[in-house]
Design a protein. Structure first.
Length: 318
C-alpha cells in the first residue's frame, strides 16, 4: 500500500482517518469510510489506539510491561490485516498509537491534518452513557476535524453513494448560527453531492414577559416561531441554490420541540412522512467544555447518542 507521507496541498484528495477498535460495532464505520473514499479517491489512514499504560513506569519483570507489549504486537497484526479490506483504494496507510483512545485519535487527526475522522459508536444508553460517555463523544468534543460517527449496523445503502453518483439524502439541522454555517460548508466540501438535502430547524415557542392580559396565546407564539423558522429556512435554501448540483433537491422542514429528540425523530420517521430514507445527519458543534458542557451536553452530542443514522459534526472555530 502506498505511503501517505507526501505533503498535502490545495486540491489534493481529502485526508480521511478511520479510527477502529476492530470490533463488530465498528464495521458500519468501515463501510462508510470505504464508500466515501471510493467516491472521492481520498487518502485514507486506518488508525488504532492501544489503550495501554503509556504514562506508567514499568519495573523489572513487571507483568504489565509484557501484557502491553503483547497487546501492541497483536494490534499491529490486526491493523495490517484490517487495512487489507481497503486494498482497492489508491492511497492507504496504517497508524498505531498508544494511550487513551479518544486522545490518541484526536492527536493522530491533528498530526495527519485529517479532513475527516470516522469513528463507530456502540449505541450505549442509560447510566453507562451518562457517567462514562464514550470515545466517540470525547472525540467530537475535542477534535478540530469534522467527525463522522457511525452507529453499529448503520452501513450505507448500496444506492446512496457510488462513483457515478448516488441517492444520498442528507439532513442538515441548523439553528442559523455561525457554527451551523460552518458545518454546512464542511459537509458540502467533504460529502458526495446529495440527491436530496433537507434543511431542518427545530424551534421552541418564545417566552414573553408581558402582562397576562396582553400575552399572546400559546398557539400564536408557536405560529410566530414556525413562520420565522420557515422564513429563515427558505432564505438559506435560496442561498444554496447556486452551490449545489442542478439535480439536487432542496427541501425545508420546521419542527417544534427539543432539538436532539426532534432531529432523531425526523430521521427515523422519514418514510412515514413520505420522504426518502435519511442517510446522514449534519450538525455543527461549538466544542464547548467545562461544567456547562458536562451538565447540559450539546445538541450534537445528544443527537449522536440516540441517532440510528450516521452524524457528521463540524466544530466551529469560534
Amino acid at each position: 500500500m502506498e505511503s501517505t507521507s507526501d505533503s498535502h496541498t490545495e486540491g489534493d484528495a481529502s485526508r480521511v482517518l478511520l479510527a477502529t477498535d476492530f470490533s463488530r460495532a465498528a464495521e458500519a464505520a468501515a463501510e462508510w469510510t470505504l464508500a466515501l473514499c471510493r467516491h472521492s479517491s481520498a487518502e485514507l489512514t486506518v488508525g488504532h489506539c492501544v489503550d495501554g499504560l503509556v504514562d506508567s513506569v514499568f519495573y523489572f519483570d513487571d507483568p504489565r510491561a509484557e501484557a502491553h507489549a503483547n497487546a501492541t504486537r497483536s494490534a499491529k497484526e490486526h491493523l495490517a490485516t484490517y487495512a487489507g479490506r481497503f486494498g482497492d483504494l489508491p492511497r492507504v496507510s496504517t497508524k498505531l498509537v498508544d494511550g487513551v483512545p479518544w486522545r490518541g485519535i484526536v492527536e493522530l487527526a491533528e498530526e495527519l491534518e485529517s479532513d475527516l475522522v470516522v469513528v463507530g459508536t456502540r449505541g450505549l444508553r442509560g447510566l453507562d452513557k451518562l457517567l462514562l460517555g464514550s470515545t466517540a463523544r470525547a472525540v467530537i468534543q475535542h477534535c478540530a476535524s469534522p467527525v463522522l460517527t457511525v452507529p453499529s449496523g448503520a452501513a450505507p445503502r448500496d444506492e446512496a453513494i457510488s462513483p457515478s453518483g448516488g441517492d444520498l439524502h442528507v439532513v442538515f439541522a441548523t439553528d442559523f448560527s455561525q457554527a451551523a454555517a460552518a458545518a454546512l460548508d464542511g459537509a458540502l466540501h467533504l460529502l458526495p453531492a446529495p440527491s436530496r438535502l433537507t434543511l431542518l430547524n427545530v424551534y421552541a415557542s418564545p417566552y414573553l414577559e408581558v402582562p397576562y392580559a396582553a400575552m399572546p396565546t400559546q398557539t400564536d407564539l408557536l405560529a410566530q416561531a414556525r413562520r420565522g423558522s420557515e422564513r429563515e429556512l427558505q432564505r438559506l435554501a435560496e442561498q444554496l441554490g447556486g452551490r449545489l448540483a442542478e439535480d439536487t433537491e432542496i427541501a425545508v422542514a420546521a419542527l417544534e420541540g427539543y432539538p436532539p429528540t426532534a432531529i432523531v425523530d425526523f430521521a427515523t420517521t422519514a418514510r412515514q412522512r413520505g420522504l426518502p430514507p435519511v442517510d446522514l445527519l449534519v450538525l455543527g458543534t461549538h466544542g464547548r467544555s467545562g461544567l456547562g458542557h458536562l451538565v447540559l451536553g450539546s445538541v450534537a452530542e445528544r443527537t449522536v447518542q440516540s441517532s440510528p443514522v450516521p452524524v457528521l459534526t463540524v466544530r466551529s472555530s469560534g
